[in-house]
Structure formats: structure tokens, C-alpha cells
Design a binder for this molecule. Structure first.
Ligand SMILES: Cc1cc2nc3c(=O)[nH]c(=O)nc-3n(C[C@H](O)[C@H](O)[C@H](O)COP(=O)(O)OP(=O)(O)OC[C@H]3O[C@@H](n4cnc5c(N)ncnc54)[C@H](O)[C@@H]3O)c2cc1C
Length: 393
């Protein structure tokens, strides 16, 4: 009797999607899986490296792209360059913008969050950002021509269920800690004296996702580097010269925005979300209503939204699915933890591993050269291995 072939569809090909694909390849015999991965972009931009816009020439982004078609080919997956527009959960079909529908036995939903530029009056991509390669390229150009003034890093709010637990004001803001500190280290001492670096966040404190020790250390680091902090920010309007906040106006000669996180339009359209655009999941990342749909990465209700969490979730989800197929014991469930590993310049890095956000007590923090080294090695290893690390988190 022929072995069953499982039609596996992965939507999204960045941290979560690529890791799902790698785990499927590692766990399953090739003749038992018919894999398809879908993304509108044939190249994945490795986002954690985009913070180097603060110290590199604008073309640096070219070195941080991964050819998804090649990765898919190696994993024996079919890559479809398209956007999923609707999931018919009853028929087990994904409708795409420009190809015919895809049928699935199991679906991995890894399409992340849409950027909510439109949710703040006056805010748009032209004001500056870092989350995509074209935005980082523009920011690198701004930094190269920088002649002093007020340089503002602003984080948009996380739009999520106000009663959700844990609740964070922003989905992820580690990248603005990293980029503001990298800017501080990249400017010449003379130019630094003529520059005010601001970090604006709706959170009540920097490091809201961290434990008390790590948060204290982060705050101390920002203060020592003379980064001005504006917390509890309520955005009213943005114009090309600054930010109108409920508490007053902050002028800016340059801005870098992390736009609000507004959830997934695909999950909303397919009625798979929690009413706020995020996909609810159980401890093995399965949708509570549709056990053959797993959600992994930024698209889930989990906070904060981190690449590290996406990779861990991908491991748990794929192992769980395969355990069900092979009727073997389920793997341990997903235990969220917050891992912050950032390059802070001047030969230093900041590392924190925390579980206090989830009611546990782990609150590890280290600041020093080994953390910078670890971050740089991880960055290189990820891109060099095209997402397949020798030791996966
Ligand atoms: C500047 C920056 C630096 C960061 N640094 C770090 C860091 O150092 N450490 C860390 O842990 N995290 C970091 N993060 C966060 C990390 O990048 C995200 O958590 C991670 O990218 C989430 O991965 P994901 O695959 O879930 O979602 P995404 O990265 O958002 O990927 C989603 C993919 O789905 C595709 N897609 C979207 N809609 C559809 C659709 N309808 N159909 C098909 N495909 C679709 C998109 O094109 C995209 O390729 C950083 C983020 C930024 C912006």
C-alpha cells in the first residue's frame, strides 16, 4: 500500500515560515510530504540586521537577503510567489491572489502582522523606518548625511485585545533600543554632541517585556549613553518635522518609526483571528477550532513578537503535527520566554533572558563584548545557513 502523502502548506516565508519548512524537512521522509510555501516576495530580508542602517552604507541590505526559492528547492518544497487572500477552513483550501487555490491537509499560518502606518494621523513610510529593506536603505542615507539635530526613534502601539494577558503597549521595541544605541556609537564625538537622540514609546517604561533586573540594566545603559526617553506616549498626529503627542510637540530632524502592529488581514478575512487580527493558539500552536491549522510567529496572540519566539514556536508546532501523524507522544508545549540579544555598539552587546512577563522568575541579564559577538555570529550564521542553523532554538 502506498504511504500517505501529506499536503503541507506554509503561508509566509520569513522567520516562522522558513523554520517550519526546515523542521518539516528534518523530521519527515521526503516521500510522505508534498510541501508548498507561499510568499509575495522571493527574497527574505533578514530583519535583525536592518539596525545596521545606523552605521553602514545604504547598499548594506543586499548582504542580508535570503533567496527563498533556493531554500525551498533544497527542502523539496514548491515555492509559490503569491499572496494568500482567503482560507476556506471547511474545504481546506487557500485562495491566492493570482494562482489557483491550494488544498491542504495541514496549514502553517506564518504571515506575521501588517504594519499599521495608516493608524496614526499623518504617519506614512516617507517619514522613515527600519522594518523593510527599502526603509533601512533610506535610513542609512539619512544617517550618512546627518549634520546634527534631533533624531527620533518612535514605536507605534500594539493593537490587541486590551484584556489579553500578558498585555504589552508595543509588540516589540528591542530594535529601537538597538538602533538608537548603535547610532550613538556610530556618530563622531563632535557630531554626537550636536545630536539629541530620542526614544518615544507608548510603554510605561523601556524594557516592559523584561524582568526588573534586566529592565534596570537597560535603563542604566540608555541613560549612560544620553538617550532621551519619552514613555507613555500618546500619538495625536505626525508631520514631516515632528510628532504631536498628547503631552506636547516633539520636533524631529529625522525619524525612524516602528509602525503600529495591527494583526493579520488574512486571519481577519478568514475568521481565524481573535477579533483583533491575531490568531489564538493552544500550547502546541494549534488553532482552537481547526486542529489542522497551526499559527506560528508574529501572527499569533503571543507577545512580544520576536524572531526567537517564532523559531521556537515553529519547532513545537511541527513536532506536534508530526507526533500526531506518527501517533507518537506529543512534544513538550511551548513555554514563552523573552530573549533580547542586541548589539549596542562600542564593542558591547546586551543579553537578557526573562520569563517574569509570564509569571515565572527567570531574570538573567548580561552586558558585555560576548553578547555583541553572539549577536553578530547569530546574524551571520542565519543568513549563511539560510535559516537552517546547526543548533535550532
Ligand atoms: C528592524 C527589526 C529588527 C529586529 N530584530 C530582532 C532581533 O534581533 N531578534 C528577534 O528575536 N526579533 C527581532 N525582530 C522581530 C522579528 O523580525 C519578527 O518577530 C519576525 O520577523 C517574525 O517572523 P514571522 O515569520 O512571524 O513574520 P514576518 O517576519 O512578518 O514574516 C511574514 C512573511 O509572510 C509574508 N506574508 C504576509 N502576508 C502574506 C499573505 N497574505 N500570503 C503569503 N505571505 C504573506 C510576508 O511577505 C513575510 O515574508 C526585529 C524586527 C525588526 C523590524
Amino acid at each position: 500500500m502506498a504511504k500517505p502523502r501529506w499536503r503541507v502548506v506554509v503561508l509566509g516565508a520569513r522567520f516562522a515560515g522558513l523554520t517550519v519548512m526546515h523542521w518539516i524537512r528534518r523530521l519527515t521522509p521526503r516521500d510522505q510530504v508534498e510541501g508548498t510555501i507561499v510568499d509575495p516576495w522571493p527574497f527574505m530580508t533578514y530583519r535583525p540586521a536592518l539596525v545596521y542602517a545606523m552605521q553602514a552604507s545604504p547598499t548594506f541590505v543586499r548582504h542580508w537577503r535570503i533567496d527563498v526559492r533556493r531554500v525551498a528547492r533544497r527542502a523539496a518544497f514548491r515555492f509559490v510567489e503569491d499572496r494568500a487572500v482567503f482560507i476556506d477552513t471547511a474545504q481546506q483550501k487557500v485562495y491566492l491572489a493570482s494562482h489557483g487555490p491550494l488544498s491542504y491537509d495541514v496549514l502553517f499560518l506564518t504571515t506575521g502582522s501588517d504594519p499599521g502606518w495608516h493608524t496614526i494621523d499623518g504617519l506614512d513610510v516617507s517619514l522613515g523606518g527600519l522594518c523593510e529593506d527599502y526603509l533601512a536603505r533610506y535610513t542609512a542615507t539619512v544617517v550618512q548625511r546627518w549634520a546634527g539635530g534631533s533624531f527620533v526613534f518612535a514605536v507605534g502601539p500594539h493593537h490587541g485585545n486590551p484584556n489579553g494577558t500578558p498585555r504589552l503597549a508595543t509588540a516589540d521595541e528591542f530594535m529601537v533600543y538597538e538602533s538608537s544605541l548603535l547610532l550613538d556609537s556610530a556618530l563622531s564625538p563632535a557630531l554626537r554632541r550636536q545630536t539629541d537622540i530620542w526614544l518615544v514609546t507608548p510603554a510605561p517604561t523601556v524594557g516592559q517585556a523584561l524582568g526588573p533586573r534586566a529592565r534596570h540594566r537597560l535603563l542604566e545603559t540608555m541613560q549612560r549613553r544620553h538617550i532621551h526617553l519619552l514613555t507613555n506616549a500618546e500619538y495625536v498626529r505626525v508631520d514631516p518635522n515632528g510628532i504631536h503627542l498628547r503631552s506636547g510637540y516633539l520636533p524631529a530632524n529625522a525619524m525612524v518609526w516602528i509602525p503600529p502592529y495591527t494583526g493579520s488581514p488574512l486571519a481577519r478575512a478568514s475568521h481565524l483571528d481573535d477579533g483583533w487580527g491575531w490568531v489564538p493558539v493552544n500550547a502546541h500552536l494549534q488553532h482552537p477550532e481547526w486542529p489542522n491549522i497551526y499559527a506560528v510567529g508574529d501572527i499569533t496572540i503571543h507577545v512580544p513578537k520576536l524572531a526567537h519566539s517564532a523559531m521556537v514556536q515553529a519547532r513545537v508546532a511541527v513536532h506536534h503535527w508530526w507526533a500526531q501523524v506518527t501517533k507518537t507522544p506529543a512534544p513538550p508545549p511551548y513555554h514563552p520566554q523573552v530573549l533580547c540579544l542586541i548589539d549596542i555598539g562600542h564593542g558591547q552587546g546586551f543579553f537578557a533572558l526573562n520569563t517574569t512577563l509570564y509569571g515565572d522568575s527567570r531574570d538573567l541579564v548580561y552586558v558585555g563584548p560576548a553578547a555583541q559577538w553572539a549577536k553578530r555570529v547569530f546574524n551571520r550564521a542565519y543568513v549563511w545557513g539560510r535559516g537552517a542553523l546547526m543548533v535550532m532554538p
